[in-house]
Design a protein around this ligand. Structure first.
Ligand SMILES: Cc1ncc(COP(=O)(O)O)c(C=O)c1O
Length: 378
């Protein structure tokens, strides 16, 4: 079986060091610890001995994650980012020949893990003409009695859309009807742009359900590498065993900082800071797109630090992204890495001057034009 690499992450690590500007990331402008920790917190951090932490995460962090997810602390396993969470989850739930249903455009970690496990994959498209809404009828016809897993990302990366209550209910109903596992990636919860209400979690809506979360997006702490899984029963036990193999545990220092990030008043300060930056960032991106209707169009995202631009050039998203990197010195994420060719994903919530300068370069290259077959295909 051919190994499927994680193209998006490979793209970022390969080209980020080579450009002047990178809009390929997906976390709101990362926060500096000194901007949210006070002296009491810092004193607490430097005082602790660096022993091996509890495998499932510190009790305090699991209590705080439980508060964020609306679950019980015993149901939480802290992982090295959502990346580890998705990885051990896919290992536990998806095997050779299993049928997996995924939504696209989508963050293709579970997609790639499912390919590498030898699973059979059906993709349900989100409808761009309908504001990237889920096509519930398409989901219903994709899921079969033997479907092992439905994987959902809510809010969605890269489209920045959020499922409605009706869509969530439809996803749960179709899973329930077939006894299918629901793997829900809620890493972008807390990045809502039109409301201060955090997106409703799927947790508690169904028995065969697992949720994944992280501090990388709404809390702008991607460097901490702190994520989690919420699960119950035998699956929870198996995930702990897999976590012991993969990493033993998340770093103690990272977990201590995560505890602070999820504690009032730090938690609210972080969420407020990031909401402000993301709302300003979205405004900037939408204005830029409006000023260049001949080059791009966009469905306004309702969550995340991201925008998914449809470009007008007659070239693949890899060709366009390579041209932007080579001729413009700007790294964007090609839509092909999300199952959305014809699009480019950009982050809008970095320093506004930086984003504007990078978008100006994007406009210049797109105005000059991109030739089909110009740059390499990978
Ligand atoms: C939907 C989704 N899931 C998982 C991840 C991985 O997150 P983490 O930084 O917590 O490993 C990302 C990061 O971009 C993401 O967008």
């Amino acid at each position: 079986m051919r190994f499927t690499p994680f193209d998006l992450v490979q793209w970022q690590s390969r080209y980020e060091p080579t450009v002047d500007y990178t809009l390929a990331d997906s976390s709101c402008r990362p926060v500096e610890l000194r901007d949210f920790l006070d002296e009491t917190q810092v004193a607490r951090l430097v005082a602790g001995a660096q022993h091996y932490p509890e495998v499932r995460g510190t009790p305090e962090l699991r209590r705080l994650v439980a508060g964020w997810q609306g679950c019980r602390p015993e149901e939480v396993v802290v992982t090295v980012g959502a990346a580890e969470a998705n990885s051990i989850l896919a290992g536990a739930l998806i095997g050779p020949g299993d049928h997996v249903v995924l939504m696209e455009p989508g963050y293709r970690q579970v997609w790639g893990l499912a390919h590498n496990a030898g699973a059979k994959i059906s993709v349900v498209g989100l409808d761009e003409r309908n504001g990237w809404r889920l096509d519930v009828a398409a989901l219903e016809s994709a899921v079969r009695p033997d479907t092992r897993v439905i994987a959902v990302t809510n809010p969605n990366n890269p489209a920045g859309s959020v499922l409605t209550a009706q869509e969530m209910a439809a996803v749960v109903a179709v899973a329930e009807r077939n006894g299918t596992w629901l793997m829900v990636d809620e890493v972008h919860r807390g990045t809502e742009l039109d409301t201060d209400e955090v997106t409703t979690t799927f947790w508690g809506h169904y028995d065969r359900l697992v949720c994944v979360g992280s501090l990388s997006k709404a809390f702008a702490l991607p460097g901490l590498r702190v994520g989690w899984i919420v699960a119950t029963g035998d699956l929870l036990d198996e995930l702990c065993r897999r976590h012991e193999y993969a990493t033993v545990s998340t770093g103690l220092l990272a977990m201590r900082i995560a505890e602070a990030a999820l504690t009032t008043p730090y938690r609210d300060r972080l969420l407020d800071r990031n909401r402000r930056l993301m709302r300003e960032g979205r405004q900037l991106l939408l204005r830029w797109a409006e000023a260049h209707p001949d080059l791009v169009s966009i469905v306004a995202p309702t969550a995340t630090a991201l925008g998914l631009l449809r470009y007008r050039a007659e070239a693949t998203s890899l060709e366009v992204a390579h041209a932007l990197r080579r001729r413009g010195g700007v790294l964007v994420a090609p839509g092909a890495h999300f199952g959305a060719d014809g699009h480019l994903r950009v982050i809008h919530s970095l320093e506004p001057g930086y984003v504007s300068a990078a978008l100006d370069r994007v406009a210049s290259v797109l105005t000059e034009g991109v030739e089909t077959g110009d740059p390499p295909t990978r």
